[in-house]
Ligand binder design. Structure first.
Ligand code: PGA
Length: 251
């Protein structure tokens, strides 16, 4: 039985004060909700105050990115070891990293390996563009992203995968539950082919892209979708808690 994960990706939003207030709102909102792992991923500068605000709660903290190198001359970057004392999760390969910062599957895999090496749980993001979907190649592209983004990772028991179609992120045009299920199933099959059925059945596969409190339940009901990676709606503590509640209720 997989425990669903609902992770909020705050992206480049929230000041220090906003982040602490939002973290407190999430803690209050999800208090008492069981059967789901709740994660917030604030900007790096807010990891410390947010982790303090989460003390004693059932909310985990994640980073939005990590550098694949262990240390050294990488101005402005953070290593997995630096994050390890603070975070449980880290998002790698988000489509914004891929499209805006030129990151590919190989870099994503290197980040995932660095994360695992420091005891962090990577949330590995994959997803096709509208162009790829329209040409009918979404499943094969995403399967190849899964393979490339997990390269040279032998144990995936601490890995989560997020299916985030690029056309659904921040657009209000969420994927239908049918597409989310079909693609999550494609991802699980790809993982099974690379590892084993047991490994594939053990890992959470999240859906991300315009998830909100009203549509969350429809994804949660899909057999291969194990939670959500939430952007815009995660900036509202009440809305985010409603998503967590919806996922918990359908478990
Ligand atoms: P969105 O973002 O919920 O605002 O579409 C999702 C994400 O980028 O993870």
């Amino acid at each position: 039985m997989r425990t669903p994960v609902v992770a909020g990706n705050w992206k480049m939003n929230t000041t220090l004060a906003d982040a602490t207030a939002l973290a407190r709102a999430v803690v209050d909102g999800v208090d008492g909700i069981t059967g789901v792992t709740t994660v917030v991923c604030p900007p790096a500068v807010s990891l410390v105050p947010v982790s303090m605000a989460l003390t004693g709660s059932n909310v985990f903290i994640g980073a939005q990115d990590v550098n694949p190198n262990s240390q050294g001359a990488h101005t402005g970057e953070l290593s997995a070891d630096m994050l390890a004392g603070l975070c449980t999760y880290v998002i790698v390969g988000h489509s914004e990293r891929r499209s805006l910062y030129g990151e590919d599957d190989a870099i994503t895999a290197a980040k995932a390996r660095a994360s695992l090496g420091s005891g962090l749980r990577p949330i590995v993001c994959v997803g096709e563009s509208l162009e790829v979907r329209d040409t009918g190649n979404a499943a094969s592209l995403v399967a190849s992203q899964v393979k490339g983004s997990l390269a040279r990772i032998s144990d995936i028991s601490q890995v989560a995968i997020a299916y985030e179609p690029v056309w659904a992120i921040g657009t209000g045009r969420a994927a239908s539950p049918e597409i989310a299920q079909e693609m999550a199933s494609t991802i699980r099959s790809a993982v099974a082919a690379l590892y084993s059925d047991e490994a594939a059945n053990g890992i959470p596969i999240l859906y991300g892209g315009s998830v909100n409190p009203d549509n969350a339940v429809s994804y949660a009901a899909s057999p291969d979708v194990d939670g959500a990676l939430v952007g815009g709606a995660a900036l509202d503590g009440v809305a985010f808690a409603r998503i967590v509640d919806a996922v918990a209720a359908s478990g």
